[in-house]
Design a protein around this ligand. Structure first.
Ligand code: IPD
Ligand code: CA
Ligand code: CA
Length: 269
């Protein structure tokens, strides 16, 4: 692995330690699915176990850095300059159902700018990572976004809406509109971080999703940008909103995809 930055090293170490426990837990899911209690409680404890290991490792390395993590909330809130952003399991519903499509996502921000990002798929042993200004990598190889030139022939991914979304109908309508303009059916894999990683390495030509949280995407945003891709937010939405409406793709189809999504049905909110 070509990780030679101190920050990425810390993130990598924490991630690998946590992933060993996560893989063990994933192995248990099959048994739990047939038990009468079901896997729900177990999954939330797997989430917390993974998160605890990551947080412990990061705090060991940098005791006063701020941490924003999905389950644990914010730690060391006073530190405004250095922040880790963690999603311990991104793709929980997949994990819960024994579907091997989930990841650990860790981003690092300095003075509000994402400097390092790492997304690890423990089942495929795929580590996506980037440091600002140094390109993006998948394991030992440099990655780049796709070179697909038109939207019509693009492979796109999306996600959501969440069950409690107030924009459900509009989001479904948006899905229909985008579908009408492309030939290959849109993919929906249930792990936003891995969707972004897929754009970064050119498996997807583009991805969009509304109402994402920062921990879903902090690492992915940097990895895509370092892979030569574009990331934008719809409407007045920006990177620090609670619910982020994101569009990511290669430079060729980006405008067309943005225009198509902006054109229609979602009321400005
Ligand atoms: C979810 C996944 C999913 C996306 C949801 C996220 P979680 O994260 O990334 O793909 O559609 O919006 O909340 O809950 O599995 O960490
Ligand atoms: Ca998530
Ligand atoms: Ca999660």
């Amino acid at each position: 692995m070509r990780i030679n930055s101190p920050k990425l090293n810390i993130m990598h170490k924490a991630c690998m330690k946590a992933s060993r426990s996560l893989i063990r837990d994933f192995g248990e899911i099959e048994n739990l699915q047939v038990s009468s209690k079901g896997p729900g409680d177990f999954v939330s404890s797997a989430d917390k176990r993974t998160e605890k290991i990551i947080i412990e490792e990061l705090l060991k390395a940098q005791p006063d850095y701020c941490i924003l993590s999905e389950e644990a909330g914010t730690i060391n809130e006073k530190n405004k300059s250095n922040k880790w952003i963690i999603d311990p399991i991104d793709g929980t519903s997949n994990f819960l159902n024994g579907i091997p499509q989930f990841a650990i996502s860790i981003g690092y921000e300095e003075n509000n700018q994402i400097k390092s990002g790492l997304i690890y798929d423990p089942i495929k042993n795929e580590l996506f990572f980037a440091e600002i200004g140094s390109g993006a990598f998948l394991n030992n190889s440099r990655i780049r976004v796709s070179k697909r030139k038109n939207l019509k022939h693009s492979l796109l991914g999306t996600g959501g809406p969440k069950s409690n979304s107030k924009l459900k109908n509009e989001i479904f309508q948006e899905f229909i509109e985008v579908s009408k303009n492309i030939e290959t059916p849109i993919r929906k894999y249930g792990s936003a971080s891995l969707d972004l990683a897929s754009v970064a390495c050119g498996r997807f030509d583009g991805f969009w999703q509304r109402e994402l949280s920062y921990w879903d995407i902090a690492a992915g945003i940097l990895i895509i940008k370092e892979a030569g891709g574009f990331v934008d937010f719809l409407e007045n939405n920006d990177i620090k909103s609670k619910k982020m409406n994101l569009v990511a793709s290669n430079s060729f189809i980006h405008k067309e995809l943005m225009d198509l999504i902006n054109k229609k049905n979602i009321e400005k909110n």
